[in-house]
Design a protein around this ligand. Structure first.
Ligand code: FES
Ligand code: MG
Length: 582
């Protein structure tokens, strides 16, 4: 650990001068009880905290920050913790995705405008991970991710239950008349019984795995449970390491490379990760200036078996994943089978990804299966194209029913989520198990943030008959904890004039996941005529905004295939020191 930095520090532009400006920058900081020597050339390490009691998954982050601080101080740095917008998944309406870009702007400007030499990103709940990585990538200073870790396994009536996944399961059982509403509600406290993020391989765990596979965190960051003392040791060690990274000038752009993103895509297939990762990795890549597109997911991910047997695709939860060896064991298994595309990718600890994992122990072949005995032979994200999704759509094969992944059926169309909720359980709805449920107006513009409503619950009358899955298509997203044969992220979305807007009840739709096809059996002329008939006034009323951030969002958000970032946020703007404030 270095105590005397040899590199010029960015923070010296604030604290390093003996003039009026230096006086002001130091003096106000001193009201926190900071002695002179803290300003004498120590690296200033920002701890970017998404703590909030309104983001319960991140509610333990003040304690996490304390451990990072210990590590920073021990290594000779000076830690300063600062809050940023905390976009929690569980409470925020219309969806935490709506504010992901807002949070990223908060992070970017907080880093660039302040006397920081490096930053530790405290992330957990789904969207906090991409938001902070996006903001940091647009600045490109040394950066390390510390995730909050998953909750302990849910426990209910003598069995383990998984965050989110059990909600989808039990709510369908209520609709099918198999359990009472009281039995349903009794599972609430058992599902979420400790600090931490969702304990399934939902979006939070997926993004924590992505951060580790990208090399932006120390090994094991993804899986150590939130309440395990080793989570706090990892926070401490990350505090140690970030100080060294200043000296090494190990900026995010040296870690967050095209190679790292390819490793992450392959990893996502192996863990059975969330479809949300497709959008978030694109947005992160866009900020650091790395090209990535939907076809990369097919090219790099397809053919990779899912070997992590976690809910919602499989059986276990994040606790077992950590005890089985965590992500390093998965990466080792991939690497030994020559399935890790870039072993040489640099990680934040200064070693390559392969150096970090090549001797990683693996303790449980049921949780992290051998490649020869996978959960799914092909876990790579299925990218679909066709006249219904000219710019693509995705489906998560590990969460789908294999027999429905090639399917032809007639559309039952819902104009939006409200229309779906009003009519789905109507006994007179003309629908059978072969129908294809289609929902419009749930994309980034249409729903103001592209809510996780794509895994439409099935009609009660079919659930009562024992139907457990149907093909569903929308421009929405789906929670990483959800499952089903669900086509998501249809682009362009219907509220941006995509062909999804033209689908009518009774149209035939063909889904072929092997060939990557999503086809509406309506000819081009008819499709164009239908789109031309749309009433633009009704369309704009549907996505109406009364100003504010919502207005900015509607006007500037990009489509799903482009990562749903704002057009003006793409790219790395660096961390040149701005002008003085006085
Ligand atoms: Fe926060 Fe799942 S709701 S991690
Ligand atoms: Mg989620």
């Amino acid at each position: 650990m270095s105590n005397q930095p040899t590199r010029p520090l960015r923070s010296a532009a604030w604290f390093g001068s003996a003039d009026k400006n230096g006086f002001m920058y130091r003096s106000w900081m001193k009201n926190q009880g900071i002695p002179d020597h803290e300003f004498e050339g120590k690296p200033i390490i920002g701890i970017c905290n998404t703590w909030s009691e309104l983001t319960p998954c991140n509610a333990h982050f003040r304690k996490l920050a304390e451990h990072v601080k210990k590590g920073v101080l021990e290594a000779g740095g000076f830690p300063v913790e600062f809050p940023v917008f905390s976009n929690g998944e569980s409470l925020l309406r219309p969806t935490a995705m709506f504010t992901r870009n807002l949070a990223s702007m908060d992070v970017e400007e907080s880093i660039r405008g302040n006397p920081l030499d490096a930053v530790v990103l405290l992330v957990g709940c789904d969207k906090t991970t991409p938001a902070l990585l996006m903001g940091a990538a647009s600045c490109d200073i040394p950066t390390i991710v510390v995730s909050g870790g998953p909750m302990l396994n849910g426990k209910h009536e003598g069995r383990d239950i998984g965050s989110g996944t059990v909600v989808w399961q039990l709510s369908e059982q209520v609709k099918a008349g198999k359990i009472s509403i009281h039995e349903f509600m009794a599972a609430e406290a058992g599902m979420s019984r400790s600090a931490g993020t969702c304990n399934t391989m939902g979006t939070a765990s997926t993004m924590a795995c992505m951060a580790e596979a990208l090399g932006t965190s120390l090994p094991h960051n993804a899986a150590i449970p939130a309440v395990d003392a080793r989570r706090y040791v990892l926070a401490h060690l990350s505090g140690n390491r970030i100080v060294e990274m200043v000296e090494e000038d190990l900026r995010l752009s040296r870690v967050l490379t095209r190679q790292a993103l390819e490793n992450a895509i392959r990893t996502n297939a192996a863990i059975g990760g969330s479809t949300n990762a497709v959008i978030h990795l694109k947005a992160i890549a866009g900020r650091i200036g790395v090209e990535l597109d939907l076809d990369d997911w097919s090219r790099i991910g397809r053919g990779t078996p899912t070997i992590v047997d976690l809910q919602p695709s499989g059986r276990y939860l994040m606790e077992e994943f950590y005890y089985a060896g965590g992500l390093p064991a998965v990466l080792r298994r991939l690497g030994e089978a020559d399935r890790l595309p870039h072993k040489e990718a640099l990680t934040v600890n200064g070693r390559t990804l392969w150096e970090n994992v090549k001797e990683a122990p693996l303790y449980n072949d049921e949780v992290i299966r051998p490649l020869e005995r996978p959960l799914r032979e092909d876990g790579g994200m299925c990218v679909l194209r066709g006249n219904l999704a000219p710019r693509g759509a995705v489906l998560k094969p590990s969460a789908a029913s294999p027999e429905l992944m090639t399917h032809r059926g007639r559309a039952v169309v819902f104009e939006d989520f409200d229309d779906y909720k009003t009519r789905i359980n109507d006994p007179s709805l003309e629908v059978d198990a072969d129908s294809v449920l289609v929902m419009k107006n749930c994309g980034p513009r249409g729903y103001h943030g592209m809510a996780e409503v794509g895994n439409m619950g099935l009609p009660a009358k079919l659930l009562e008959q024992g139907v457990t899955d149907m093909v569903r298509i929308s421009d929405a997203r789906m929670s990483g904890t959800a499952y089903g044969t669900v086509v998501l992220h249809v682009a362009p979305e219907s509220a941006a004039g995509g062909p999804l807007a033209a689908v009518r009840d009774g149209d035939w739709i063909e889904l072929d996941c092997n060939a990557g096809i999503l086809h509406l059996e309506v000819d081009d002329a008819e499709l164009q005529a239908r789109l031309a008939e749309r009433d633009p006034t009704a369309e704009s009323r549907r996505i109406a905004s009364d100003g504010g951030y919502r207005q900015l969002y509607i006007e500037r958000v990009l489509q799903a295939d482009e990562g749903c970032d704002f057009d003006f946020l793409l790219g790395c703007r660096g961390a040149d020191v701005p002008r003085h404030s006085h």
